[in-house]
Design a protein around this ligand. Structure first.
Ligand code: TRH
Length: 375
């Protein structure tokens, strides 16, 4: 019987934003916490890392956090002994000297890819990708049992299940003074030209709306729409039914708690998108825009899967709102239908999360795959 090798290296380049390190950091921590592995995480941008995990010191080339050994991945990569398992994330190109050293010990080498709901993913998942003197494998996260699943730690799922309405109120209170009956919305997104008219629409709601806006790429447009050029983290602005509180960047685990505490979560990219699904509350996905517009195909692929067993009216409301938000126009026009669908969408996301859990989580599935490849 094969024995799971304990030493793992994970390589992460931060292309932009926080999703690359966000995914790698969760994976590394989970491999240590739930599988008892020794993980070295190589990252080329510690400053971005520190934004989601404040204990990280960007000035330290080597440090440990949550049991993970963290190393700054410099261009001038000095020779190290490769681990027994090597995870290259998002095709990030390992240092040539490291690959050379791998030839001597022939570790299991996996390229962990980006998450997509498209059908072709099932056909490519776990395929070998032969390299001179080495074997590499593709590994694809996804939403079906023929993919690697999505990241979802057992501890997070237990904490989410135990999160009570009282926890929610107490947690939110740290950041904002929120009316008891308000619809609370977290709003994490890229720049979006649909924002101004959507905020204007929310001002006119019968019910109070409280928006929690993480500081970042959407903030300049929020400042312009609210005519408050100095709006910054910690401040709240009120306009008729609408209140907007700008939040500081939260540590990653607190960002989960934010998602568990809102009525609707606007999320983006890859990692927050997955966490919103585990939060089991209605969400709106702003997909990472790509130059060749291929993101629209990916958006439709996810909506097809996600809406497959949703009633026609709620599915249309979701599709219309997500499309408008991703197009950057007309979200205000389709908001009323989306708002009406919220009770159904809440039940729906709970069922969806239960089904996701049946596929197993990405870290656990990856461990099983690696074990099957150990010679
Ligand atoms: O930041 P993102 O847009 O990340 C990415 C990158 O753009 C990447 O290059 C791209 O390939 C990928 O998307 C698809 O969105 P994402 O993936 O949601 O990552 C955000 C991370 O930031 C996530 O781990 C949650 C974390 N976060 C915090 O820890 N605290 C916060 O306050 C917020 C708002 C986010």
């Amino acid at each position: 019987m094969s024995v799971l090798p304990r030493k793992w290296d994970i390589f992460c380049t931060v292309v932009d934003n926080f999703g690359d390190i966000g995914v790698c950091w969760r994976l590394a921590r989970q491999l240590v916490a739930e599988h008892g592995l020794e993980v070295r995480l190589w990252v080329d941008d510690l400053a971005s890392f520190a934004r989601i995990q404040p204990e990280i010191d960007p000035a330290q080339d080597e440090q440990s956090c949550a049991g993970v050994h963290i190393r700054l991945w410099r261009d001038s990569f000095s020779a190290v002994q490769p681990a027994e398992i090597v995870i290259e994330t998002f095709a990030c190109h390992l240092p040539p000297s490291y690959v050379e050293a791998m030839r001597a010990i022939r570790p299991v080498w996996v390229n962990l890819e980006y998450l997509s709901a498209e059908d072709w993913v099932e056909g490519c998942h776990q395929l070998p990708s032969p390299q001179p003197g080495l074997q590499k494998y593709w590994y694809f996260p996804g939403f079906t049992e023929r993919t690697g699943g999505v990241l979802g730690e057992a501890a997070m799922r237990a904490a989410r299940a135990a999160w009570t309405p009282a926890d929610r109120v107490a947690w939110l209170k740290q950041y904002a003074d929120i009316d008891a009956g308000a619809l609370v919305i977290s709003l994490f997104a890229y720049e979006n030209s649909a924002l101004a008219t959507l905020l204007a629409q929310w001002e006119l709601m019968d019910r109070p709306i409280h928006v929690l806006l993480p500081e970042g790429r959407l903030l300049p447009q929020a400042r312009a729409a609210l005519e408050l050029p100095d709006l910054q983290a910690g401040q709240t602005v009120r306009r008729k039914a609408l209140s907007v509180t700008c939040l500081p960047m939260l540590p990653q685990e607190d960002y989960d708690r934010l998602l568990w505490s809102c009525d609707i979560n606007f999320v983006r990219g890859e990692d927050s998108f997955v966490r919103a699904q585990w939060a089991e509350l209605p969400f709106v996905w702003h997909i990472y825009p790509q130059d060749d517009e291929v993101h629209h195909v990916k958006l439709e692929a996810f909506m097809d899967r996600y809406c497959a067993d949703l009633d026609a009216i709620s599915a249309q409301a979701l599709r219309d709102f997500w499309r408008a938000w991703n197009r950057g126009e007309g979200a205000d026009v389709v908001w009323p239908a989306f708002f009406s669908a919220l009770p159904v969408l809440k039940k729906h996301v709970e069922n969806w999360a239960n089904r996701l859990a049946v596929n197993g989580d990405l870290a656990g599935n990856l461990v099983k795959f690696v074990l099957s490849k150990v010679e």
